[in-house]
Design a protein around this ligand. Structure first.
Ligand code: SAH
Length: 315
């Protein structure tokens, strides 16, 4: 990419795609397009209309810098552009949050199936919200739901809040800082939808180099990767109202263990759901309510709060 010659959009894309491929970057062409569109301050699809246009030196310099950080620094494209689309929502992402993954859309689909009524006024908890992806997708699809989003990272919550504001959902989602269920102790929800960290420390050396750019607490959860999943599976029943449900994202090999924990904790109807790549990615289960003697006993002593009154403390 020497300065002397002119480069068209198409030439730059071809050169960069080859360069990325030679560095072992998957999705080389798509990455090249996203970065060039960003450098030119345009949409990716516009590039196709401008294939023959020359790219001016200042934009080329900007692009060169992005290409270098992608190829050498292994910075994910979303962190270079600061944007990532999730559930057709344009989200802002920073190094303080996990870049939302396509497989998490499977979790959103499962959550929506658990709340089939679009007008549902359900109380939803997104534990470990990161940039707010799950909470925002659910806010979009269930306009009457009361959504709570938590995270241990104050910096992540700041990004999530900003996304909520930008998308006009700021009044819809309550953001709480804290560890696990601690910020919502004593409250009751109808649905928990969570994508917690689930990588094990043991896996770290074999992971793609891109992951060093994302927060460790967004990725890793103890020696087995299941530290937070176990806490969620074992503690969820206490904060779900009768008939409440839970959907959590897991690594495929964790699904069986998480299902066992949920059954041991008194959940019913566990189900595993596959993502678009055909890998088990989500486990869901129902708390049950009414019906069995066990459930009747579990519900005793808890009176559902009137909507809009109090904070859902057991009555
Ligand atoms: N839900 C987002 C982010 C997932 S990454 C998405 O799907 O894209 C997991 C998130 O859980 C991170 O933001 C991390 O800060 C948060 N987290 C990690 N440990 C936690 C804990 N003990 N309690 C609450 N949140 C936690």
């Amino acid at each position: 990419m020497e300065a002397a010659r002119t480069w068209t959009v198409l030439e730059l894309l071809r050169w960069t795609t080859e360069h990325f491929r030679s560095r072992g970057i998957e999705g080389a062409r798509l990455d090249a397009e996203c970065l060039l569109a960003h450098a030119l301050d345009t949409e990716r699809l516009q590039l196709y209309l401008d294939f023959d246009q020359p790219v001016a030196a200042p934009e080329r310099a900007r692009f060169r810098e992005l290409v270098k950080r992608r190829a050498e620094g292994r910075v994910p494209v979303a962190l270079l552009t600061g944007r990532r689309e999730f559930w057709s929502l344009p989200l802002r992402v920073t190094p303080d949050v996990l870049v939302p993954r396509p497989e998490t859309e499977t979790l959103v689909e499962v959550a929506l199936r658990l709340l089939p009524d679009r007008e549902s006024a359900a109380r939803i908890l997104d534990l470990g919200t990161g940039c707010g992806a799950i909470a925002l997708a659910l806010a979009k699809e269930r306009p009457r739901a009361c959504i709570t989003a938590t995270d241990v990272s104050e910096a992540a919550l700041a990004v999530a809040r900003e996304n909520a504001e930008e998308l006009g959902f700021e009044g819809r989602i309550r953001f709480l800082l804290g560890d696990g269920f601690e910020p919502v102790q004593g409250e009751r929800f109808d649905l928990i939808a969570s994508n917690p960290p689930y990588l094990s420390r043991r896996e770290a050396p074999a992971l793609p180099p891109e992951l060093v750019h994302e927060p460790r607490e967004a990725l890793f959860a103890g020696a087995e990767g299941t530290e937070l999943l176990r806490r969620i599976a074992c503690g969820a029943r206490d904060i779900l109202g009768a008939g409440g449900a839970l959907a959590v994202e897991v690594a495929p090999e964790q699904a069986h263990e998480v299902t066992e924990w949920l059954l041991a904790a008194g959940f019913a109807r566990p189900e595993c759901h596959v993502d678009l790549a055909g890998r088990v990615r989500v486990v869901s289960a129902q708390r049950g309510g009414g019906g069995g003697a066990e459930n009747a006993e579990a519900e005793a002593g808890w009176i559902p709060p009137e909507r809009g009154q109090g904070n859902g403390q057991p009555g």
